[in-house]
Structure formats: C-alpha cells, structure tokens
Design a protein around this ligand. Sequence first.
Ligand code: AMP
Ligand code: MG
Length: 487
Amino acid sequence: MSDVARSTIAFEGQFARYFPEMAVPWRADEAPEPRLVALNRPLAVELGFDPDFLSSPEGVRLLIGNAVPEAATPVAQAYSGHQFGWYSPRLGDGRALLLGEISGADGKLRDIHLKGSGRTPFARNGDGRAVVGPMLREYIVSEAMHALNIPTTRSLAVVRTGSQVQRERLLPGAVLTRVASSHVRVGSFQYARAGNDLGLLRRLADHAIERHHPSSDREPNRYLGLLQDVVSVQATLVAQWMLVGFVHGVMNTDNMTVSGETIDYGPCAFMEGFDPGAVYSSIDETGRYAYRNQPLVAEWNLARFAESLAPLIHEDEEQAVSLAVESLKGFREQYSAAWFAGMKAKLGLPERIDDDVASPLVDNLLVLVQEARADYTSFFRVLGKAARGQAEPARGMILDLAAFDAWLDRWRTLKPDADAMDRVNPIYIPRNHLVEEALAAATEGDVVPSERLLEAIFDPYKERPGLEKFAAPAPESFGPYRTFCGT
Ligand code: AMP
Ligand code: MG
C-alpha cells in the first residue's frame, strides 16, 4: 500500500457520484517542485490528518492533488452565476478541483478542495493557475474569520508549486487546499435550474437539505423550508460580516454558499476608517459590493436562489413566486435582528434592553464614528476602556466631543459590561498593510511575517504583550487600499 493510502483518512466521492451532470472527473497539474508555504496543523488534527505526514513530501503531494488517495475522484464542479449582476450560464471550477469529502471526528462531511490546480474544461481564457500572494490572503483571512466565530470555509495549506505564473509579472505559482462543509453554491442551483432538468434540481435540493439544512423538513413544503433556512443562514452571516467591518468584494451568486459559510476570498478586506461606502476591489468600479450594500446584495442573490428553486416550491408559477417572496421577506427581519443584537453586544449592553433605547444609541454612535472616520476595530475595542472609566482613548478618536460626551453619559447609565465587550470586539484582525507585507514576503520565500500575523489573529480577543503592531491601523504612507481579483 502506498504512503498516501495508508496515512490518510478515507475520501468519499459523494458529489461526483450523486451529480455526474455537474462534475467532470479531472486531475491536478503535476507541480515540479512543491513546497509548503503554510500548513494549518490544528485543522489537520481536527480533520484526522497527521500534520507531520502532511509536511512530508508525500503529504504535500496529497495536499495539491498530485497523489490521489484510492477511492477519491477529483472533479471540477459545474455552476452558473451572476457576476456583477450579469448572468453566466457556465462558470464552474476553472482552476479548482473537489478532491472529495472526508468525515470529521464529528461525523460531518467536509469537502477537500484545491484552488490553483491547473486548467479544467471550465477554464475559458484563464490559465488555471493561482499564485502565492492571493492564496495566502485567502488562508489568512478565512482563518481570521473562523477565529472571529464567523462561518467560513477553512484553509488547510498553501503549497508553492515551483512553477512561475504570468501575472503583472512572473510570480510563484501556488495551490490552496480548502476545507468546506460543501461547495454547493447559489450558482450550483442556477446551473441545475438552467438545464430544465427537474430531477437534477430536486436531487440537488434534497442533497442540500440532508447535508446542511435537515430542519427544512419541518415545513410541509421542504423546498420552501430550504429557501427559508438558506435565507436565515445568509442573513446572520452577512450581519456578522458587517459587525466586524468585513468587505467580501465579489458577492457573485457563484460565491455564495447554501451552507452559510463565507467562501471565495478574493479582493476582500477588513475596513479600517469607518466608511459605509468602502470598496477594496479594483474591478468593482460602481461599488456594487461596497460595505453598506452587502445586505442588499445578499438579498438579491437569495432572490436568484428562490427563482432557481421555484419549480420545486410549487408547480404553479404564480403560487411559487408568492410563496418565495414571502420567505424572502424573512431576510430583512432576520438580518436586522442579528445585526442589532450584535451591536448591542459590541456596546456591552444586555440583549433585553429596549430597542427604543438601544436603537438611537447605536445610530448616534455610528454617525460620530463615521464623521471621524475612526478605525472601526480599534474604536469598539477602546470603547471597552471607556466602560471601565477611561474614556480618553475613545475620545481621542472622535471629532465631535460634545456630542460624544453626551453619548457616553447616556450609554454609561445602562451599565455596559466591559468584559463582555472584550469578548466580542476583536483587537487583532488581519490589517490590510500587514496582510500585504506578509504576502510580499511569502512571495519572496520568507514565511515569518505571515506566521506572526497568523499567531496574532488566531486569538483575536485577548490582548497580548508584544503584539501592538497587529492592533494598530495602517500608517498614512500605506495609502488607499485596493486588491485585485481573479489572480
Ligand atoms: P472567482 O472570482 O475566483 O470566484 O472566479 C470566478 C470564475 O472564474 C470561476 O469560474 C473560476 O474558476 C474562474 N477563474 C478565476 N481565475 C481563473 C484562472 N486563473 N483560470 C481559470 N479559471 C479561473
Ligand atoms: Mg468563485
């Protein structure tokens, strides 16, 4: 038996077997000289892998799909999607492969997926490649999101392939090994719907219910139940993004999961100075995916999901639409409730406080923070100090001090809980200038800066000496931040 077969857990090819119409068996390109850039040892252990094996030459080959375990059927998945509002009937994994699913210790199936593994039949004009910088960005930001308790795909490893890839200049190629509770996207449903194959659509919906939303069955109409459950997980997900100042950057329908995990970290960023119009993607010229638009876009994407499900919801089109519209209304309600509960927690206020009291308090504060363009993350963190009687650091970040002092008086009468605030307001997030520094160093072969950054963000709420650099906003010299998509 080969090392790969012996040292790893069993891979299943569920998606490949259940959905041959949406899965093209394919192999990853052979990497000439694979070398680890990052390995997530705790995640490896959680999944049942031996991290020492994964660091070995044979383990690294497994991580990039060059050594394929027995019983695994790597496939490129087909999906459609609305990109910046425009529908593409055939997107699919152009440079990615689903290696297969594995069962974790908790009995849940998880996808092991590769990004940057070479051209597939869905590659269109793309080269099928990825490079170290963007793959490491996904690794760092997804792991930061996980540490912030936000549902997300995880990152198991980044491996440098040894090939050079043409971008704005030649850059080292890389493969990201991603772990997800599945890669079923809104775009997967759009694909199944577009083919007018009701059997396929039903199988996909049944699979999503079984794998992610078994409680959908509570509804007499289980497909309506599925719609409601996906609306629900996306409403709370996007509320959590907003609460930490995360901007996804490419909320296309193919980048929205049915599981409710954040997926496909491209030109994403954490906002620094509070600006509801913040956009970081170089290709998002109209600001479609700006910070403040994210809830609206999520709702729009869910309407595309509902359209795809419609024939399952009711055979009469009009009735299907009216049922779907009713369920979609749940988005605003649930988003607002989740966001507002999160804001109360950020302010150290108990859940039971009357909305009539808490709501103007939240609104007034955000006006002051926005007017000063205060660093979003630091501001909420130092507000915890204000709850302990040291208001100066927070006052130092606001312009209209008279209004802020009056605000502080109102807030303090509600007895905010400073310790509770520190448990929800992170001190360490992946700050854009530090992410860029880490990616640039790793591109040149130095992984120390990314390792340091990861140490800080793995434990985002606990202030630790020596990590001051990771808590500070970017210096002025860093300038306006832009990241690039599709690289
Ligand atoms: P993304 O913006 O990463 O979500 O990708 C959108 C679509 O473009 C997906 O179908 C990807 O597989 C495809 N794609 C992105 N980059 C490449 C590339 N370098 N080569 C082939 N396909 C790509
Ligand atoms: Mg994508």
